[in-house]
Design a protein around this ligand. Structure first.
Ligand code: PRP
Ligand code: URA
Length: 209
C-alpha cells in the first residue's frame, strides 16, 4: 500500500494557514503556493539516493556525495498544478516538466482530460504529479492512469490539501504511489469542495471567477 505523508514542517503549516484564508488575495496566494511547493519539494526529496564522487577541493582530493538514481519529472495537473511547478523547480532545476490537462465536470465531479504532453523518457524518470487539491481523487487518479498507460513506473503525488475520500481512492487504485500532503482535511461538501480547504485553487491562483 502506498504511504501517506503529511508534511508537518512549521513553515509549511504557517503558510498554509494564509493560503486557506479568504482574506488572502491573488498575488499573495500565488507567492505562498510557490513557497510551500518549494518547502514540500525539500521534504519529498529527502530520500533521494546519493553516490560517491571524487572531487578536488582547493585543499585536497575528497570523496563527496552527488545525487544518483533516476532523473525527476514533474507532472502538474492543469490548471492549478501550474502554481506549484516553479517552487519545485527552484530545488530541482533540471527536472523535465510534462503537462496533463484535466478539469472536473461540475455536475458529475468526473475528470475530463483535454491535454497531455509528456517528456519522451517518462518510463526512466521518477515522476512527481503535482496538484494543490486532492478532493474526490478523480483527477489525480485519471492523471496517474494516463501516465502509467504511457509507461511511467515510478510516481509520487504531491498536493497541498487532501480530503480523506481522495486519499482512499489513490491508495486503492495506485497502491504503488506515495502521497505527500501539506494537510489532510476533514471531508468534502456536497459540491465536492474540500472542507475546510481553500476554495477553488485554480480560481484563486489565476484570479478567475
Ligand atoms: C481542481 C484541482 C484538481 C481537482 C481536484 O481542478 O486543481 O485538479 O479540482 O478535484 P478531484 O480530486 O475531485 O478530481 P479543477 O477541476 O477545478 O480545474 P482547474 O484546475 O482547471 O481549475
Ligand atoms: N478543487 C478545488 O479547487 N478545490 C476543492 O476544494 C476541490 C476541488
Amino acid at each position: 500500500m502506498g504511504n501517506v505523508f503529511v508534511l508537518d514542517h512549521p513553515l509549511i503549516q504557517h503558510k498554509l494557514t494564509y493560503i486557506r484564508s479568504k482574506e488572502t488575495g491573488t498575488k499573495e496566494f500565488r507567492e505562498l503556493v510557490d513557497e510551500v511547493a518549494m518547502l514540500m519539494a525539500f521534504e519529498i526529496t529527502r530520500n533521494l539516493p546519493l553516490q560517491d564522487k571524487t572531487i578536488h577541493t582547493p585543499v585536497v582530493e575528497a570523496q563527496a556525495k552527488v545525487l544518483s538514481g533516476k532523473k525527476i519529472g514533474l507532472i502538474p495537473i492543469l490548471r492549478a498544478g501550474l502554481g506549484m511547478v516553479d517552487g519545485v523547480l527552484k530545488l530541482i532545476p533540471a527536472a523535465k516538466v510534462g503537462h496533463v490537462g484535466l478539469y472536473r465536470d461540475p455536475e458529475t465531479f468526473q475528470p475530463v482530460e483535454y491535454y497531455i504532453k509528456l517528456p519522451s523518457d517518462i518510463n526512466e524518470r521518477e515522476l512527481i504529479v503535482i496538484d494543490p487539491m486532492l478532493a474526490t481523487g478523480g483527477s489525480a487518479n485519471d492523471a496517474i492512469h494516463s501516465l502509467k498507460k504511457r509507461g511511467a513506473e515510478n510516481i509520487r503525488l504531491m498536493c497541498l490539501i487532501a480530503a480523506p475520500e481522495g486519499v482512499e481512492m489513490i491508495k486503492e487504485e495506485h497502491p504503488d504511489v506515495d502521497i505527500y500532503l501539506g494537510a489532510l482535511d476533514e471531508k468534502l461538501d456536497e459540491k465536492g469542495y474540500i472542507v475546510p480547504g481553500l476554495g477553488d485553487a485554480g480560481d484563486r491562483l489565476f484570479g478567475t471567477k
